[in-house]
Design a protein around this ligand. Structure first.
Ligand code: MN
Length: 238
């Protein structure tokens, strides 16, 4: 007759044990930053960017930046609750792991939204085209300047179109996972468009031909989203 009593005791003690354990477990498991799913299927950008590159790039590389950023942020209680943008704005005062992984998270999150499946890419708005033509004379000249920034970036990094504080557009490149929002960036501005020129972004398909990747990448750009980003950046400046 012991068995039912033991079972009853276990049942009676279980809710209390759960009630105590749950909040602690929840707090420990809640990371500050999370990896969002891609806004399209991993094969949606093929043949410009192949499925395997997208799987590795998002599922492994971007995930590692998020995981390592969470580790770095949780190691310093003073950083608790700060947004990614707040971290970027003071990154020169923070550990290198925040610069590398915080930049990695911001840059990739931005990058995925700049591309879209066929039929959902749209065209640059008249407003954006006018601003680009004021700066470079033509869309083609802008694209050439952007590609040049990407090909001439030594080693790993990013090419950017930014809106500067004075309201003009500029093309810049940054090394590693730096970006133009960082307080240490030589030229700061709101990112409007960016391309990842790390080898992990193109090597499976294009091998060492970074220039070819940069040229074909225009075919998958989500201009509808880029127009919105530009409009938001202009509105923020006002
Ligand atoms: Mn990347």
């Amino acid at each position: 007759m012991l068995k039912p009593i033991v079972a009853a005791l276990l049942l009676a003690s279980a809710p209390a044990a759960f009630a105590q354990a749950a909040p602690i477990e929840q707090a420990a498991q809640q990371p500050a930053f999370t990896l969002d799913p891609l806004p399209y299927a991993t094969d949606a950008l093929a043949p410009v960017i192949d499925k395997e590159t997208m799987e590795l790039h998002h599922g492994r590389h971007h995930r590692a930046y998020v995981d390592n950023l969470n580790k770095a942020v949780s190691a310093d209680p003073a950083l608790k609750g700060l947004s990614l943008e707040q971290l970027m704005a003071r990154v020169s005062t923070l550990p290198k792991a925040i610069r590398d992984n915080g930049g990695g998270h911001w840059n990739h999150r931005f990058f995925w939204g700049l591309m879209a499946p066929e039929g959902q890419r749209g065209q640059p708005s008249a407003r954006l085209v006018a601003a680009i033509e004021r700066q470079w004379g033509s869309m083609d000249a802008f694209k050439a300047a952007f590609q040049q920034a990407g090909t001439s970036q030594f080693g790993s990094g990013w090419a950017w179109l930014i809106l500067k504080a004075d309201g003009t557009l500029a093309v810049v490149s940054t090394p590693n996972q730096d970006n133009p929002l960082m307080d240490l960036a030589p030229m700061k501005g709101r990112p409007i468009l960016a391309n990842d020129v790390w080898e992990h972004a193109y090597y499976l398909n294009y091998r060492n031909r970074r220039g070819e990747y940069l040229g074909k990448w225009w075919d998958v750009v989500n201009w509808g989203r880029v127009n919105e980003i530009y409009d938001e950046a202009i509105a923020l400046k006002r």
